[in-house]
Design a protein around this ligand. Sequence first.
Ligand code: GLU
Length: 308
Amino acid sequence: MSQTYDYQQILNTIEESLRPYCNRGDIADYIPELAKIDSDQFAMSLCFNDGREYSVGDFRTPFSIQSISKVFVLTIAMQLVGEELWGRVDREPSGNAFNSLVQLETEMGIPRNPFINAGALISTDVIIQETNNAYDEILDLVRRISLNQNIKFNEKVANSEYSEGDRNAALAYFMKSFGNINSTVDELLRVYFAHCSIEMNTLDLARSFLFLANGGIVPYTGDVIIPAGSAKRINSIMMTCGLYNNVGDFAYSVGLPAKSGVGGGIAAVLPGEFSLAVWSPGLNENGNSLRGIKGMEIFTSLTNQSIF
Ligand code: GLU
């Protein structure tokens, strides 16, 4: 089925039809360094397991992946401790903002899922505790799956978030009080903000999600990242928890497992077929890229390719 469409033409059509939405939405200005970004930008990249790649717009421009890094740290934490992880973090949608504290008190310091901030702090804690150098571990994985050795942290963005990081610090201290964090809060936050600050363009991002569309193996290189069963589970958590409080609406309008970030990126997969990454910094009221969601909706509508 996938051969029957002119995908480049479809991406061009999407870019064109989203022009009227230029400058709509709000930049994530709670991170001072991200407040400087030009909200006009738009890019989309599509990579198939069989090697075909298509891109449109500002797809060579790197952007801050922010919460999309939660997928990468979850992948590493699952590699390191397997099922043990699920004693420390749950797998249910939260129905709350990504940085909310409210459920943690009644749920004894166990975050609802690995894709809210509290849950990603658990994955980050696992990496710090189980490896010699959490920073290297994270960069190694991201470079392997994106096939780009130049991927790095943006220290300015990480420091900028650290300087305004009181709420994430509160989440970390709160979980630590329940015995669910082992690292020092300062080290935990440093590593967490570092992985949120990773910069990629949409082509890097689409490539880096292909292992999730291909049973845990990077299709271009044959590099085995995780067992097929773990890839299936990460995809299911993306489907139910990947889009903050838009997850139901995104499932309805797009129908792909995906993860968004407040940098304006969204990465999605159709297992067995492709990965799709979009970036546009203007966010809706739930912190998801406004044009990004619309672009993905148009894509799955025009191609009739979704998991449903
Ligand atoms: N670094 C951001 C934060 O912790 C990530 C938020 C996001 O992209 O959802 O607030």
